[in-house]
Design a protein around this ligand. Structure first.
Ligand code: C5P
Length: 219
């Protein structure tokens, strides 16, 4: 049985990929099974938290104890998060948010012909950075999946997004797998969590958040 380290805390989690519509049948998305975010939702519930899971499209069942809000695009995800964030003590952004959306998606299926088709892409909002910039922001945790220079890129991202805690992993080891291997980066340095099932990583992450959380609040 897990200790109830986050008893009574409200935890808001984003998970899965976002999907940006090109036309009636096509879209742009990221590779993300949602498994890590869903494992975190389960672990947060085990730790005693009230859990809201804002999720892009995944093939996974809703984790026990989570209130799940389904979204498709990054902008829908941001709207759902903004509607919930004032009630949250802790925000964990695990979702693989598409960096761009299609400016003028077509209502109808675009028919194929011999011409070059050009899509105009505009940048999506950074949901996590938008939250850390708020005056009464919850304790924010970010994820960084990188394919190279993991520590350097991840720590830069942590500082840029003003995050007390960032979870870094290599995309090659994490994507779609049931195991993960991560490095937790915070103001005290790095903590390595060796390869383990995603639910074990999620439980250790909850313990780490619980250790950091009170001191951050007292600052
Ligand atoms: O995409 P990037 O590697 O910058 O993602 C780092 C963190 O920021 C992740 O926690 C991700 O969920 C979050 N993010 C976000 N909104 C975006 C892009 C990323 O919340 N548009």
């Amino acid at each position: 049985l897990q200790p109830k380290l986050l008893l009574g805390k409200r935890v808001l989690i984003t998970a899965g990929p976002t999907f940006e519509r090109i036309d009636a049948v096509r879209g742009i998305t990221n590779t993300s099974s949602g498994k890590m975010g869903y494992a975190i939702a389960k672990a947060a519930y085990e730790a005693g938290a009230d859990v809201v899971l804002v999720s892009g499209e995944t093939a996974l069942p809703t984790p026990i104890g989570s209130r799940r809000i389904n979204v498709q695009s990054a902008q829908q995800m941001q709207q759902a998060v903004n509607a919930e964030v004032d009630q949250a003590d802790i925000f964990i952004g695990v979702a693989a948010v598409a960096d761009y959306y299609v400016l003028n998606p077509s209502e109808q299926k675009i028919k194929k012909d011999a011409h070059i088709l050009t899509l105009e892409l505009a940048p999506n909002p950074d949901i996590l950075a938008g939250i850390t910039a708020r005056p009464n922001a919850p304790f924010c945790v970010g994820f960084a999946a990188e394919s190279e220079n993991l520590l350097e890129y991840a720590e830069a991202k942590r500082l840029r997004k003003k995050l007390p805690l960032l979870v870094a992993n290599l995309v090659q080891t994490a994507m779609g797998a049931d195991h993960n291997e991560v490095i937790l980066l915070d103001d005290h340095g790095e903590t390595r969590l060796h390869s383990a099932p995603k639910i074990d990583i999620a439980r250790k992450l909850m313990a780490h958040i619980a250790r950091l959380y009170p001191s951050i609040q007292q600052d």
